[in-house]
Design a protein around this ligand. Sequence first.
Ligand SMILES: [Cu+2]
Length: 494
Amino acid sequence: MNRRDFVRFGFATAIVTGADMLRPAFAQALELCQGPRPPQDPMAATLEPRATGRPADFTLQIAPMTVELAPQVVVSTIGYSNKVPGPLLRVREGQRVTVEVVNDTDVPEYVHWHGLLVPSDVDGVAEEGTPPVPPHGRRRYQFVAKPAGSRWYHSHTAAMMDLHRGTYTGQFGFFMIDSANDPRLYDQEVFLALREWEPYLTTMDPDEGLADPKDPMPEKPAKPDPRPNGLEVNAPLYSINDKMLGAGEPLRVKSGQRILMHLLNASASQIHRIGLYGHHFQVIALDGNPVPTPRPVEVIEIAPGERVDAIVEMNLPGVWVLGELRDAARQSGMGIVVEYAHQAQPRAQWLPPPMARWDYTIFGKTASHPAPDEIIDMVFEKVPGGPHGINHWLVNGKEYPHEGEFVFRQGRRYRLVFHNRSDDAHPLHMHRHRFELVELNGKPTAGIKKDTVIVPAWGRTAVDLVADQPGLTLFHCHIQQHMDFGFMALFRYA
Ligand SMILES: [Cu+2]
């Protein structure tokens, strides 16, 4: 689709536009991120020295902003430093980082450093005791950046029925922690955040079709729940970074190049599957952590909160669409044009890649785990269509909060077994820790370290972790609505 088609198809449904509101924001994120990285300047983001004390390494300003997703398609949201995604924060592993957060909104905010091993008081989570960034105030977050890999930062406020708060807004950005040992076997590096905009409540489940009837579904009950499903969150507009498909600068490549793609699903509600016809994604890291067995795949499935790092070898000259497999999402913006040099085609081509089931375990190694000191079973259930017509969620029989059910003892090894007794897939996120995948629907694996894992509909996933990060630790589904309506648990250290 070219830009003219894009406008002609009338994607600008019901979005306020105004020429004087538009900012020349074309592809700022790609400009920020493309090209070989400058090794001497790991901080590609705002540097704002302050008058008092040690200058902050980065400043993030939380404020209302508009995003020009495409010509005539402008959405209003809240973002970081007037950028979507927010500024790329790039540091060395082990570096002490100070981030000054200025909150130019009327509500308290929290910035969560997703995937970093940081103490509770700077993790950016109310439930863990992090102090808020007050309305029209500021607060500094100081921590040591670890571990190396693709991390990210985002708002961690509850949104409840307000679809203009928390992860429904533009408050997200990439946080790269560079390892000293990165072999840098690529020619170009790009950051691609998947997003939806203008969310609304609906009885239609946007993830319908993701459940595969061939899945084992070990947690499926004999009798289905007869209660009607509640309202879920869907969206009419999609983008990669701040642009809808066809509206931004293409990703310009040369034949033979190896492109390192840092994919992030910054969606509040949807799992996405991404393909690029005729090309393979060599998956090298999941949630920023190198996998034991890098393997090529044709489709990447990525849930809210997850990251996938993949190298794509450019070996099929043309002008292609890298995009969502679902036509509705791709045609509503979730894609980016990949343009080889010296190609004159006026239109970017989308062809569906061969269907393949996403399976984390192919990136693992032969299972072998030390015996856990303790097994913690966690059962997740849906209460369909509760108050406000919204589904509510139970963890071991009750909604958040839980009073001391989940306790870690320092140094002990735990196996968490997630029993998903619902018909939705859930990306489960553990704060301040990394876990290792042990089993997925009965399939054993080892060596895959993550902080967010999809538990398939009616599925079961087991993970191991060593309790080595004392302090309150939040666990939750990364779908904002599920988290807001009960799908959270707080782990304490004894
Ligand atoms: Cu969920």
